[in-house]
Design a protein around this ligand. Sequence first.
Ligand SMILES: Nc1ncnc2c1ncn2[C@@H]1O[C@H](COP(=O)(O)OP(=O)(O)O)[C@@H](O)[C@H]1O
Ligand SMILES: [Mg+2]
Length: 256
Amino acid sequence: MTHTIAVAGKGGVGKTTTCGMIIDYLVKGKKTPILVVDADANSNLNEVLGVEVETTLGDIREELAHAELAKVSPIPAGMTKADYTEMKFADALIEEDDYDMLVMGRTQGKGCYCFVNSLLKTQLDKYTGNYRYTVIDNEAGLEYIARGTLPTVDTLLLVSDCSRRGIQAVARIAEMVRDLELKPGRMGLIVNRAPGGVLNAGVQEEIEKHGLTLFGVLPQDDTVYEYDCEGKPSSQVPADAPVKVALHGIMNSLNL
Ligand SMILES: Nc1ncnc2c1ncn2[C@@H]1O[C@H](COP(=O)(O)OP(=O)(O)O)[C@@H](O)[C@H]1O
Ligand SMILES: [Mg+2]
């Protein structure tokens, strides 16, 4: 059985960076095999990890959703649409040394995706069973999880910046998770980019006010900024970088 870890939070708070470091933590701890899913339409987890992406599942869904209308069908004669779809999805699995990765990508949304999406769900269900961990980077709306295309989450990490408004935003996501009955195994907050790694009293108060469970705090870390500026994958900052040390502590305390 796979353990699914997903991050949620508004844009720019550090979800993708946190995801990259979680993957690095799991790899270094030999907690493999791992499936990495980039479920953000503006995907960039590959940059944080240093992985090249050629095809996304979005490209394939786009092709298939319009296959019937194409002058020359992309589906070879004698092959069913289902078999062809399955084969194409298999091609989209990026195999790195330490983990496999799927990029959901984006679709135009105009066309007939129902058939394709249901096949994608079947395929993803088949895949995830093969991995010890599945790590999902999301966009704020958690769309693929909400629609059931991606599996139920065991550990949902709500990521916020270190501000009252950040906490309020994450509290709304927690509410949405409850309203949609997504029922993660557990859900808690990671406050990112805290100056000096210290939670200020106002932010602490806001967390309590919303009844959120605090899993941990990650510091603002200049090494992440430097790697970013130099175009280096930020998941690869040294093991003694403050943000990594703090993240390892959180993962340990969550028994991951
Ligand atoms: N702990 C941190 N210290 C310094 N910079 C950070 C930290 N976490 C994230 N960042 C930077 O913040 C920006 C947004 O992070 P990102 O992970 O892309 O956010 P999101 O995925 O939530 O949109 C990036 O430039 C990233 O390098
Ligand atoms: Mg992101």
